[in-house]
Design a protein around this ligand. Sequence first.
Ligand code: PHE
Length: 342
Amino acid sequence: MQEKIASLNEQFTQDLNQVQTTKDLEDLKVKYLGKKGPVQALMLDLKNAAPEERPSLGKKINELKVSFFDHIETRFAVLINKEESNRLSDEMIDITLPGRRRNRGSTHIITQIFDQVFTILKGMGFSVQYGPDIDSDYYNFESLNFPPDHPARDMQDTFYISEEMLLRTHTSNMQMRVMETETPPIRVISPGKCFRNETITSRHHVFFHQLEAFYIDKDVSFSELLATLDEFLQKLFHQDIKTRYRPSYFPFVEPGLEVDVSCVACNGSGCSLCKHTGWLEVAGAGMIHPNVLQNGNIDPEVYSGYAWGFGIERLAQIKYGIKDVRLFSENDLRFLNQFPST
Ligand code: PHE
């Protein structure tokens, strides 16, 4: 029995040396110390030993058992440590790797200009009303005093949908709609899309945006129109901008004006943006024609009004030095990303 104990100890030591993982160690423990293992077998064998040897043999078997436990425990501590640090290094996250930027959408530059313009004009007492993109000849032309043979009615300029219906060529189509439904004082701005049958180039597009503004009340004067435009343009561009008004013709205003601002790039001294004139054209404007007021059932003897219309792309071009109007509708992210919303 003594020998059996010694050889079991030796075998255990050998097996223990082979152990690589905690799993191997667990198997080893079951193998040697399990109920059907050799240590338990020795215990059962004890009854076959001479009675006087039993106590010392029993003690030896017990010592063997305790020593197995000790070895297993010591080894376990080493292995679990090793396995844990392996696992940690396998799972290590490289925190020095730069993050991936998420693409954030932003408001389109045209919407941004609209928002800036709304803020300024709302502060000056105007309220926003949206008009239809598809409208009748009456609201787009006839009620606005366009003579029947006016060139703007020509198929070259206007997209007709039927004899009577068309894609509006300007936001002035809202003037009559508002006059029909409201009584003065009227102070309205009307933003929106406009369409013209043009050849698409860097300077012209079939599709663009305008903002109409009009004010109708008793004693609205021409100088009030000029003062309001001056203030608006100074707020939109900068305080020192100069304005210039040139006589022009629009059927629905009298007198009619074209509005220029001093070039934002060269301050009026002449550059490529202003084609060396020192001035940039920004709007059409004028005093609402008495015929138009009459069409809207507003008595031109009692009331007067002014109106102006801006191209929004034009304002954006001037503000940011954009040369090609096609960029506004092509949805090229390389262009749009240059105008993050604030
Ligand atoms: N509707 C004109 C245009 O299309 C602009 C304008 C608006 C002119 C109001 C005078 C008054 O260009």
